[in-house]
Design a protein around this ligand. Sequence first.
Ligand SMILES: Cc1cc2nc3c(=O)[nH]c(=O)nc-3n(C[C@H](O)[C@H](O)[C@H](O)COP(=O)(O)OP(=O)(O)OC[C@H]3O[C@@H](n4cnc5c(N)ncnc54)[C@H](O)[C@@H]3O)c2cc1C
Length: 445
Amino acid sequence: MLAPMTPPTPAPDSLWRALLTASPGAAAAVSTGVPLARDLDVEVAVIGAGYSGLAAAYALQKRGVDCVVLDANPVGWGASGRNGGVVSSKFRLSFPTIDKLHGLDTAKRMHRLAHDGVRVVETLVDEFQLAGARFEHTGSLRCAHTDTALTAIRAEADWVRTNLGDTSMTAQSRADIERETGSKGFVGGVLSADAGTILPLEYVRGLASGLTLRGVPIYESTPVQQMQRAPGEPRVMLRTPGGTVRAKQVIVATNAYSDLTEATAPYQRELVPFRSAMIATERLPADLDARLMVERRSYTETRRMMKWFRKVDGRMLFGGRDAFGKEGQTTGFDALQRAMVALFPDLADLRVEYRWSGYVGMTFNSLPHVGRSDDATTFCLGYNGAGVAMASLLGQHAAALALGETPELSLLGAPGLRPVPFHSLRAPGVRLVAAWYQFLDAVGA
Ligand SMILES: Cc1cc2nc3c(=O)[nH]c(=O)nc-3n(C[C@H](O)[C@H](O)[C@H](O)COP(=O)(O)OP(=O)(O)OC[C@H]3O[C@@H](n4cnc5c(N)ncnc54)[C@H](O)[C@@H]3O)c2cc1C
């Protein structure tokens, strides 16, 4: 008997959906909603049609491996269709911290992996001809809210230059930040040149469209409800409502939505899912548009529960994380709007036209994980809110692992799945710490 799946919720009414609908092209047409309606035998089955799953499928298709992608929802329903579209070359753990904990050689390898992520996005955009995803390599500006924070991020940029030979991070003065962003709320910052922005839903739909053209079947509305392997049986059986897929290898690419069914729920134990919310204003009046965020970069700030922002379609997009929030809740949006107006008082009278949220997968060591949970199953997840580039990269590395290859993974390589008690003890602790950070930020400490 298959466990029933919680009925899927519709994709949120985001700015990305509005932009996609307004430009009906090949990428928009890919969401056929076609579920699997027969039994299949394949080499590799990929569960999840976000960046991770689609990047994995592309790596398999390029090697001539017969594969299929299954998703409980339409392509890009998960975080890949909801995120801020910031393409970044960093981990939540800074490179100096990685050096302190694991040594310089590891910091160098991790630095290479972080920048590989951006290269993969560039390559995919190029190979799939995704002009509609509007990838712009404009850089990312980290804006310091206090002198202490500024000293810390400048020291990090210096360390990266001196020890890793990376000159792409440069210090910016208070005046630079004010001129570029139009906000007086920051005391200075650091520009990371190897970063950019993209339209996230166009990107994920474009990948799916390109894969379909290359002959990779993608079945939507196809939840994997059971994943089983009988003793002595080399193939894994994936049961879905409309058919069974028998695969030699499975790649689980379900990240912070892994608990949609019991079959993938064990992968949620690797994570503490946090709600991340976004708002987008109405179009800015011409004078504000000419003054705010003139370089069209992405912007983050240094508060513990960081907010980020960018300008898209002439609108301000503003996002942030929430320690205890649940998806679909309306709370949190007003707090975001207040935070936005505190930084940009000129936006006080602007209407917020779009509000949406989704789950990011935080991990206990603040790093993404890719690994094998057994000899027939590979997973990649836990991008800690920075998965546009990293999921595009780790999906490809998951495909390589599934084929028995040994890609360079450094600290991202996971030994297997986490045991249950470990998760149940630590997850509430992570949330409490985040809530404490939220409180400290709120009181300005
Ligand atoms: C609001 C928000 C803002 C963000 N902003 C940024 C940003 O600006 N920059 C950045 O780099 N990252 C950002 N992120 C993180 C980034 O979006 C994710 O790291 C990335 O999209 C993860 O991709 P994925 O393919 O691994 O997972 P997802 O895109 O979440 O895809 C998982 C898929 O698995 C499917 N699924 C789950 N269980 C099953 C099952 N049993 N059977 C079949 N299908 C199943 C789901 O339907 C879903 O489509 C943000 C995330 C959110 C939510």
